[in-house]
Each structure stands twice: as C-alpha cells, then as structure tokens.
Unconditional design. Structure first.
Length: 271
C-alpha cells in the first residue's frame, strides 16, 4: 500500500500521486469506495488477478432494514498469503446521497474526515490480518428515519490486499456491493439477487445490477400467466446497471430472471 496526495475533480473523482517510501497504512483517501460509479483502490494500485474474495454484509443477515435502527456492517476479504489489508466503504441511496449515518466502533476503523456521504476506512492498527490470509472490519450503520428512509440502501466497499512492498503495484484489488431493502408492508419483495436487486415502487421497475466481472447480462420479468412483460439485453459489461423502467403492469406477483455469464438467478416480486 502506498500513500498518495489526492486531487479532486468533481464529486468522487480522485487522482493519486504516490511517494516512493511511505505506506498508506494510516487509511485510504476519500472517493475510492466503489459502488454506483465510484472508483476503487485500483485508481492508484495495480496487480495480478486475485485468488480470494471480498464481501460486505449485515451482521445476522436480516432480510430488510427498519428505519432508525442501528446495524453492524462487516467487510471481509480473503487473499492467501497476504499479510496486510486496507479498505474504504460508504452507504448511500440511489442518488448517491447519504443514507443514514456510519460510525467507527473500534481502533481498526476511522471516518474519513470531510466526506459527505460519510466514508470509513482502516487505521494503521487495522491493516494486520484477522486470521492468516484474511481480514474483517466492522462498523455501525444507523438507518435513516422513517420520514427519509429510501426503499433501497446501497452498501459498497473497496478492498486492497497488499503485498506490503511499499509500492502501488503487485496489490490485489476487490470490490463488494450489497443492497438492503426497507421493511415495509408496501415493499415489493424481500428477495434480491446476489449482486443486485429489482423492485417496483412509485417510479416503476427499478433495476440495480452490480456484475463482479465482465459478463453478458440479460433480464426478464414474467407475469403469473407466463407472459414476458419486460425483457432487456445489457450486452457484455462489468459496469453497474442502474435504471428505472416505466412498466405499466397490473398489481400481482412477477418472476424476474437475471442471466449473467453462465449463471441464472430468479426472484419473485410483488407489485
């Protein structure tokens, strides 16, 4: 990991200039959390493809969130042989505004000063492994109050599995995304895809997909009679897909099929 001077051009764009001898063990700069168009640590770090993985999750794995409630967020990464890790994370709504508030709960994490929406990163003490070849950080998130709580909240994290050579090459970069839906009698569904979600609200059919690699993607919405009421082919991409479709269909139960690469996922939606 390296230390670099960030220069800001608009919201969320960071250019990194690295020194030759210092490490970035004291924390990541702002604007590299990944998710909804934000860059990751790869803005300044590079290296071979990793053999591990990274996840962001809510402790206890609740299906939905309750406005105003506080939850524990876990960011975890595995990379065999790695002895030093770093991360940056934020929680936002679809418009990239702050969704609730986050707080450090220990000596291994810290809020990045001046960030809005808030971003959290590691401290120097938080770079060491939790177990050999792996690391987990935890912090707290308090959901927005009921008057401002969005239907879906987007959790994002970028993780650097460093080779600890004080250079910005040879590191392995991971990103992780998680969508947390609000608990509500009018919520379209408690189900979601592994890396995305599709749901109905007053605006229409909301599509939020976060492919983890370069794959071909397609989506179908099917009513109870078996009729395809929406079909989209997104082509081959690793970029997030975020769109709202004005789908004029009656209330009822719908099946959504998401094809990405050689994988097929399906969920049920209630409108």
């Amino acid at each position: 990991m390296k230390k670099f001077l960030p220069a800001f051009l608009g919201a969320g764009l960071v250019l990194g200039f690295s020194y030759n001898v210092f490490t970035n063990s004291s924390g990541a700069p702002s604007g590299v959390t990944g998710g909804l168009g934000s860059p990751t640590c790869s803005m300044c770090h590079s290296g071979p493809a990793g053999t591990g993985s990274a996840t962001i999750s809510i402790q206890g794995n609740p299906a939905t969130y309750n406005p105003g409630q506080t939850y524990t967020v876990n960011v975890a990464v595995t990379e065999p042989g790695c002895t030093k890790f770093g991360f940056a994370s934020r929680i936002i709504d679809i418009n990239q505004n702050a969704a609730g508030s986050i707080a450090s709960t220990g000596s291994e994490t810290q809020i990045i000063s001046g960030t809005n929406p808030q971003e959290i990163t590691h401290t120097r003490a938080g770079t060491a492994t939790t177990t050999p070849g792996s690391k987990r950080w935890s912090y707290s998130w308090t959901a927005p109050t009921s008057t401002s709580a969005p239907d879906s909240v987007y959790f994002a994290a970028a993780v650097n599995a460093s080779n600890a050579d004080n250079r910005n090459s040879g590191d392995r970069i991971y990103s992780a995304n998680f969508i947390f839906k609000k608990a509500s009698p009018n919520s379209s569904s408690n189900q979601s895809f592994q890396h995305g979600n599709v749901f109905f609200n007053a605006e229409g059919l909301n599509i939020q997909l976060f492919p983890q690699r370069l794959v071909e993607q397609a989506l179908e919405v099917i009513d109870m009679s078996g009729k395809v009421v929406y079909r989209a082919h997104f082509g081959v991409s690793s970029l997030p897909i975020q769109k709202v479709v004005a789908l004029n269909v009656p209330e009822g139960i719908y099946s959504v099929i998401y094809r990405h690469g050689n994988q097929i996922e399906s969920i049920s939606l209630k409108k």
